[in-house]
Design a protein around this ligand. Structure first.
Ligand code: 5GP
Length: 197
């Protein structure tokens, strides 16, 4: 499904003001998303996600710890549905669970991601929310977990998508509704180039 991209202006402005470009195509947004969190911006972004997925039936929000948890909670709060975060380490207390492998772009290694079968079931209509979409590896892991559970992925929402890493192409070409609030086409020469500007 092809979506038309609509930048969420308050986020784009904030990235211009406070985003820091690092070598290797990484954008640091530690002052408002990944370390310190701006709750007012988070609330407005979550309202925007709810608006963009208003066409979908959703009974659960799914994310991966840790950075996706804050936006996922806010969206879950607005939709009044539970929020589940897939865990990067198997807790000793977790019984029957679904497991998948995810390659981390920022850490350059693979890790297991797991989710208890108690919290992801057949028939669930899941919205995946995360901070960044880069190569799409975390998203592919989520697709696998949802498939293993026999649940349905209603859509995927990302705060920031880096289009030059092409995860978004893969997900959209696979037929998912993908909504990114800001899309960055290039971080070459440490210049942040936004899609559509
Ligand atoms: P992907 O799995 O799509 O390749 O990468 C997505 C994950 O990697 C996100 O959940 C995020 O934690 C991390 N990530 C990817 N690119 C960036 C980036 O430029 N900045 C930050 N802060 N995290 C990133």
């Amino acid at each position: 499904m092809a979506n038309t991209y609509k930048p969420f202006a308050p986020l784009v402005e904030r990235i211009k003001k406070d985003g820091v470009c690092l070598d290797g195509g990484i954008l640091k947004v530690d002052s408002f998303v990944n370390h310190q969190i701006d709750p007012t911006l988070l609330q407005s972004m979550s309202i925007e996600f709810v608006r963009r997925f208003a066409n979908k039936e959703i009974n659960k929000i799914l994310t991966i710890e840790a950075s996706g948890i804050a936006p996922a909670i806010m969206v879950g709060f607005l939709l009044n549905v539970p929020v589940v975060f897939a865990k990067k380490k198997k807790p000793s207390t977790m019984g029957d669970m679904l497991v998948t492998e995810v390659f981390s772009f920022t850490k350059n290694k693979s890790y297991s991601v797991c989710c208890s079968k108690d919290f992801l079931h057949q028939g669930d209509k899941v919205l995946f929310i995360d901070d960044f979409l880069a190569n799409g590896n975390a998203a592919k892991g989520i697709i696998d977990l949802v498939k293993q559970a026999g649940a349905e992925l209603a859509g995927m929402g990302f705060i920031i998508e880096k289009s030059f890493q092409h995860g978004g192409d893969f997900l959209r070409n696979s037929g998912f509704q993908v909504e990114s609030l800001a899309i960055i086409d290039s971080l070459d020469n440490c210049q942040i180039k936004f899609k559509g500007e």
